[in-house]
Design a protein. Structure first.
Length: 638
């Protein structure tokens, strides 16, 4: 995300000065490429590991700044959310033991975070989207105290002119509006960097675009958001929508999103991509650098190109081109932003082996990609992979249509093995990690498949929150064991031992599948719903899902006994209890029980951000007590 301290450069003289520096940076980079100053013939990789922190109840733990204070390692840094951290791995040569070294450094970095998080009651999790994440976690208060992120939130909202929106349809459907860019914090990724050769840049970048779909299909790990089963890699839809700066305009106008796949194949140079993004997207931030990049280049020195890198950090192509300096030499690299975090470090390194291996063949396989594959097909393939994972069908080279699994097993995995061999990667490591991908594809069990099948196996067991807590707990247990996801047994609701932790807060066991009425409905509808659904309380809400009252079984019995003799229809608002006592999802269970006893009520509607989200009743508390008693007896009996 770039520098922590920022200057807003969105209008006036500051904006114009920054744009001049940005144009100078582009010209300087063009000169460096013409003069052969940009490093070539070197293969390096880098990686960024994002992770989520959870507490003992497996909910997001907003303690990242405090955890970071305990860590004395420059590789670990903040992310936008107070429950996220990022580990920036050391750039290394892409050869020899690089895969094994990547695995070791990832384990080391995650271990460093784990040791510090444990001191604050937290635990790191590698997952594309945390199953227990709630919309209330994505609030402004959970943005880390870093100026850049707060400025980003304000600027995107100003450009949009309205709240952020998500509209995603999968098995379930999710539609919501939110007031902060923190929707982006739902995403957790594993990003890879591949240093390119200026001579072969177009072939390498075009190949990265072509293979984005199949490598994503093999790695999907983000199917559930807020309890809704959406895309196999829901991260893709979230990020594209959460930081979309486009205001509503004419359907005849082609407006590009800052998060996107792209519009065309690259013809020759990275300059083509940088120019396109500068021309399309207004700058967010500026800088106070007085560097004269063109003068530095003419003297044979290497500029930092502050303006270019600052602007580039606010345009999020799924394959992003980056400028950097290593050991005093400027270089160009491709940043792969496609992969989710997890499910295990071994799975992540296997995904890296597949991508690195394929990229290692670009000098010979990427040259004719534009002639053999329509760009719109490559983009459609990417969206299909995000939606369907290994179930996707791809329009592939030379007009062929292939299932994702067949393309990977018969073509791309063997090709990646050739690429790793050409890069000089240890053969045993290449076979080990590509073997993980191969067996994952053969079994069909990606992280997303495991989550969805586990979720389906718990159908009608417990509440939604209990099922999501179980998924997170089981994911963490298996992740810490280290075996790749294709070997995992499905999660079971009864396998998580911390029963008490499941019921610590109201939101963990409230009923979210609600039957409600409006206040102008007849009470006969209320009576019918109570009879059909065997419930004793019906919340009354308005058109914006705000609670306005509640009708109990007792109220209904009384009014039906005194039904008006002239047959006049009685409306809900005539009998409902107005301003009922309510709870919020974070209310401790004991506090909720005390509240019910004090007010002598048998249920509590649950309100979050002003909207009705659930209900808890005496029956729910009896179920909680029974579960805790059963656990206590099991422990007592040994």
């Amino acid at each position: 995300m770039g520098a922590s301290e920022v200057n807003r450069a969105t209008d006036g003289e500051r904006h114009r000065r920054f744009m001049q520096r940005l144009l100078s940076d582009l010209r300087a980079l063009e000169l460096m490429l013409e003069k052969g100053m940009v490093e070539g013939g070197v293969r390096r990789y880098g990686a960024e590991q994002e992770l989520v922190l959870v507490d003992g109840a497996r909910d997001p733990a907003p303690v990242a700044p405090e955890v970071l204070d305990l860590i004395d390692d420059p590789r670990v840094t903040h992310e936008i959310g107070r429950f996220n951290l990022e580990i920036n791995l050391t750039p290394q040569a892409l050869t020899g033991s690089c895969l094994r070294d990547l695995h070791d450094e990832l384990n080391e970095g995650v271990g460093i975070v784990r040791d510090s998080a444990h001191q604050l009651g937290g635990e790191p999790v590698l997952t594309g989207i945390l199953p227990t994440l709630k919309l209330s976690d994505l609030c402004k208060a959970n943005i880390v105290p870093v100026e850049r992120y707060h400025a980003l939130d304000e600027l995107i909202r100003e450009m949009r002119g309205e709240d952020y929106e998500l509209r995603i349809k999968g098995i379930d459907e999710l539609t919501l509006r939110h007031d902060t860019v923190m929707l982006e914090a739902a995403n957790t990724s594993f990003q890879l960097h591949f240093q390119t050769d200026p001579e072969h840049f177009a072939a390498q970048y075009n190949l990265a675009q072509a293979i984005a779909a199949p490598v994503l299909a093999a790695a999907v790990n983000s199917p559930v958001l807020f309890g809704k089963r959406l895309w196999r890699e829901t991260r893709i839809a979230i990020f594209q929508q959460a930081v979309d700066t486009r205001a509503k305009g004419s359907p005849d106008r082609d407006l590009l999103a800052r998060v996107r796949f792209g519009e065309a194949w690259v013809e020759r140079s990275p300059i083509q991509i940088f120019r396109n993004d500068v021309a399309r997207f207004r700058v967010f931030f500026g800088d106070d650098s007085d560097e004269d990049p063109i003068e530095l280049v003419e003297r044979g020195e290497v500029p930092k190109l502050h303006a270019l890198t600052t602007h580039n950090s606010t345009v999020w192509r799924w394959n992003r081109v980056c400028y950097g300096i290593s050991e005093g030499r400027p270089h160009i690299r491709i940043e792969n932003r496609v992969f989710p975090a997890g499910p295990t470090v071994a799975d992540e390194v296997a995904n890296a082996a597949l991508w690195f291996g394929l990229m290692g063949t670009a000098h010979r396989t990427g040259r004719d990609v534009p002639q053999r594959l329509d760009f719109d097909s490559a983009r459609a393939n990417f969206n299909a992979a995000a939606r369907e994972g290994l179930r996707a069908q791809f329009d592939w080279l030379d007009g062929r249509t292939l299932p994702a699994g067949e393309l990977l097993l018969e073509n791309l995995i063997p090709l990646a093995r050739q690429g790793l061999d050409e890069l000089g990667v240890d053969a045993e490591d290449a076979e080990r990690y590509l073997g993980i991908v191969r067996r994952r594809v053969e079994s069909g069990q990606t992280g997303s498949t495991w989550l969805l099948k586990s979720h389906a196996g718990m159908k009608d067991q417990g509440t939604r929150a209990e099922r999501l807590t179980c998924l997170t707990g089981a994911l963490l247990d298996r992740q810490n064991a280290g075996s790749p996801v294709h070997t995992w047994e499905l999660a079971r609701l009864d396998e998580h031992e911390d029963t008490a932790g499941h019921f610590a807060r109201v939101g963990q066991f409230m009923t979210t599948d609600l039957h409600t009425v409006r206040e102008d409905e007849p009470i006969d509808l209320v009576a019918s719903i109570m009879d059909w659904e065997k419930v004793r309380h019906i919340p009354v809400e308005d058109t914006r899902h705000r609670l306005v009252g509640i009708v109990s079984y007792r109220q209904l019995i009384k009014v039906l006994a005194d039904r008006r003799p002239n047959g006049e229809v009685i409306a809900v608002h005539e009998i409902m209890s107005r301003a009922p006592v309510s709870a919020d999802p974070q209310m401790p269970t004991l506090d909720a029980i005390t509240l019910m006893r004090r007010h002598k009520v048998s249920c509590l509607p649950v309100i979050d951000n002003g909207q009705l989200v659930g209900i808890v009743t005496e029956h729910d508390f009896m179920r909680v007590a029974g579960a805790l008693l059963e656990k206590s007896l099991r422990e007592h009996l040994g």
